[in-house]
Ligand binder design. Structure first.
Ligand SMILES: [Fe+2]
Ligand SMILES: [Fe+2]
Length: 424
């Protein structure tokens, strides 16, 4: 199967996995096996469907990529969380609710782990009331991805725990899901505040907005959830260079002065901070969606470098897929292809299998073995111009050579070694 943007869809293509709509048009829109016609494509475009997985004769080896069930699970969870918080109207979460949510998160983690290679953010619905939850679940998903890549680093950063306890990804994900829960007690205007862009402009987040961290911490007070998960609500805006917030002095009776910095910041917060910024950068200041590559390029901006644990940032930049496997791309020579292999050294230069996208000729389409494969790492005369229907050419970026980071992760093995040439 092949991930196509709605603009790439053509009459005669067959839908590979069900297409869901959210917001004003919730539920399944196109069943698997639906053969598209011009009317369905026009309706998809009109109702905000941004992409669809379609069948293609030379992509059957990519069929595990779609994460269909996972995306549906995440969107259902976003709706359920909204319902839970709307009903409790900002009251503290109870221990029972926390336990139920934790078991949902355990199954989410179990679903995501085997497919994390194909991870990609869930599409934003048009409905603003779900935005916080969609953001939170995206942050959870990105945090899990980064956390798994950095498992050995996490164990090392939590030396007082056994390795089994230290690598507890459920607490990381729980913390990420609720990192912005405190915003629910604030006005919509404050909720919509975009702190990433503000900090890029070197201004300070307004005090009203900053309150969401302590409000979130309070919301989870009586839940009995792990302290490592709860504290994410409080400290996910701490910056590695000490320029973040909140000031810890009033919260610790003066034992710590000012904001946290460096490795004093819990490693879960250092991970959630990167995931949070990435997902925030997938929306512009006016609230319009931006492609993932735009967020990745901004994260690679040196102005953001001081905020983040360099190891976490580096792993996010090199290992999160700029162009997800299975995506339909258009290259600068005007041809189409499917992304079949990532490139951790230069994420914008993946390996692409060239395809004919005219479905009238699919009965004579070359087989997988016969398709030309272009490794863009070695073809500097070519680059990707579109991915899954989005124009990405002006967001392409090059990463500098990986920096050695004080030997912190060299011994972690392939999953978190930064010098990997290729992530596969
Ligand atoms: Fe936040
Ligand atoms: Fe956030």
């Amino acid at each position: 199967m092949l991930l196509c943007g709605t603009r790439d869809l053509r009459a005669g293509m067959t839908v590979g996995i069900p297409v869901f709509r959210s917001g004003s048009f919730p539920g399944e829109f196109l069943a698997a096996g639906t053969v598209l016609d011009d009317g369905l494509i026009a309706e998809a475009q009109r109702t905000g469907v941004r992409e669809a997985w379609i069948m293609h004769p030379a992509t059957s080896d990519l069929d595990e990529a779609p994460l269909a069930g996972l995306n549906a699970t995440l969107q259902a969870m976003a709706r359920r969380l909204h319902q839970q918080f709307a009903e409790s109207s900002g009251q503290r979460m109870t221990a029972t609710e926390a336990l139920e949510t934790r078991s949902e998160i355990v199954s989410l983690v179990c679903d995501m782990m085997p497919q994390r290679r194909f991870i990609r953010p869930i599409a934003r619905s048009m409905d603003p009331k779900y935005r916080i939850f969609e953001h939170s679940l995206n942050v959870a998903m990105l945090s899990l991805f980064i956390g798994v890549e950095l498992e050995a680093y996490i164990v090392r950063e939590r030396p007082r725990l056994s390795a089994a306890e230290a690598r507890d990804m459920v607490s990381l994900v729980f913390g990420a899901v609720f990192h912005d829960a405190g915003k629910l007690a604030l006005s919509e205007q404050v909720q919509a505040h975009h702190s990433v862009y503000e900090v890029i402009r070197a201004s300070i987040a307004p005090p009203d907005y900053q309150r969401h961290t302590s409000l979130g911490y309070d919301l989870l007070r009586d839940t009995g959830i792990a302290a490592s998960a709860r504290q994410v609500t409080l400290n996910h805006h701490q910056h590695f260079d000490g320029s973040g917030w909140p000031n810890m002095a009033p919260l610790t009776n003066g034992r710590h002065r000012g904001p946290q910095r460096g490795r004093d910041i819990h490693v879960f917060n250092r991970i959630v901070a990167v995931a949070d910024a990435l997902d925030a950068l997938m929306i512009d200041e006016a609230g319009n969606p931006r492609p993932a590559i735009a967020a990745m390029r901004d994260l690679s901006d040196e102005r953001l470098e001081p905020w983040f644990d360099p190891i976490v940032r580096e792993v996010a930049l090199r290992r999160l897929p700029v162009f997800p496997i299975g995506s339909l791309v258009r290259t600068s020579d005007g041809r189409y292809g499917a992304v079949v292999r990532r490139n951790s050294l230069q994420p914008c230069r993946p390996t692409v299998r060239m395809l004919d996208m005219d479905c009238r000729h699919w009965d004579i389409h070359p087989t997988i073995d016969q398709c030309e494969v272009v490794d863009l790492a070695y073809r500097h005369d070519l680059h990707v111009v579109r991915c899954a229907g989005e124009h990405v050419e002006h967001y392409l970026f090059e990463l500098a050579q990986p920096k050695p980071h004080s030997g912190a992760i060299e011994a972690d093995g392939p999953a978190s070694t930064l010098t990997l040439a290729e992530a596969g």
